[in-house]
Design a protein around this ligand. Structure first.
Ligand SMILES: [Zn+2]
Length: 267
């Protein structure tokens, strides 16, 4: 037996060991709110004809784009036309672990099993709004946290929409845009959400993540009712956004618009 003989150790591949060993990936994201550098129109090089029109000053209001039904393909268009937009991440994921696990996190972390090992990916929701009649919701998913957030932010800006506000509460009828003009509902997955007009001072009586969405739109008082698996925050928030979208579909007479004190997109 010689000493310099190489010993080859063949490690047995144990599938169960890989399953049990879930690496905790640190999620570090600094500061909520504004994620990126401040936008400057001079630095922007538009890539679409709509973007060029916005930069030249042919289009001065986001309403012109939304009313014409054109699709926004550059997030800079929204930055230029709605300068006081704020962004917020929603708590759609949850922490892992035995003790106190399941606490809410901004990234939903999932894993795909491959031959090389577990490949994590991160998904998140970002809500943008100017707290005065405009709101957008975006979903982003990536292998890293920061690209996921950037994708979600971009998508939220492209999904910007006008929100109809008013006072449809029979206890109030104050003709000011602090609530919603009508009761609306929407459903995504198993969830059905109903938003109900509330009198002034009632507050946002909805789930915490929906509250972020509604306050970004500029609504301050609303009552709600939900059915289904509301722990699935992604579906719950999407349903809430769709409810606001359904509000825009309702056809109203001019007399009703006046009686409800309805405003659309800050006007
Ligand atoms: Zn009122």
């Amino acid at each position: 037996m010689t000493g310099d003989e190489e010993t080859v150790v063949v490690e047995p591949v144990v599938a169960d060991a890989v399953v049990a060993e879930v690496p905790e990936v640190e999620v570090k994201v600094e500061g909520h709110g504004v994620f990126e550098k401040p936008f400057r129109v001079d630095d922007w090089n538009p890539k679409t004809s709509l973007g060029r029109k916005v930069k030249n000053g042919e289009i001065t209001s986001i309403d012109q784009i939304i009313d014409s039904g054109l699709r926004i393909l550059e997030p800079e268009i929204v930055d230029a036309l709605l300068p006081n937009l704020s962004a917020e991440m929603l708590m759609v994921g949850q922490a892992k672990g035995k003790f106190g696990g399941g606490q809410r996190r901004t990234f939903r972390q999932t894993q795909k099993k491959t031959a090389e090992g577990n490949k994590p990916s991160f998904a998140t929701f970002v809500v943008v709004g100017n707290r005065n009649g405009y709101v957008g919701l975006g979903y982003g998913k990536s292998k890293e946290t920061v690209p996921a957030r950037e994708k979600a932010l971009r998508s939220a800006k492209l999904n910007i929409m006008k929100v109809r506000r008013g006072c449809g509460s029979w206890q109030c009828f104050c003709k000011s845009p602090h609530s919603i003009p009508l009761q609306v509902s929407a459903h995504v997955g198993s969830i059905t959400i109903t938003l109900i007009p509330a009198p002034r001072g009632a507050g946002l009586r909805v789930a915490s993540e929906c509250r972020k969405l509604l306050s970004a739109a500029g609504i301050t008082d609303v009552w709600s009712q939900t059915l289904g698996t509301t722990q699935t925050t992604i579906n719950l928030v999407s349903a809430c956004f769709n409810a606001l979208k359904n509000l825009n579909r309702v056809k109203l007479r001019d007399s009703h618009v006046e009686a409800l004190g309805m405003s659309e997109g800050g006007k």
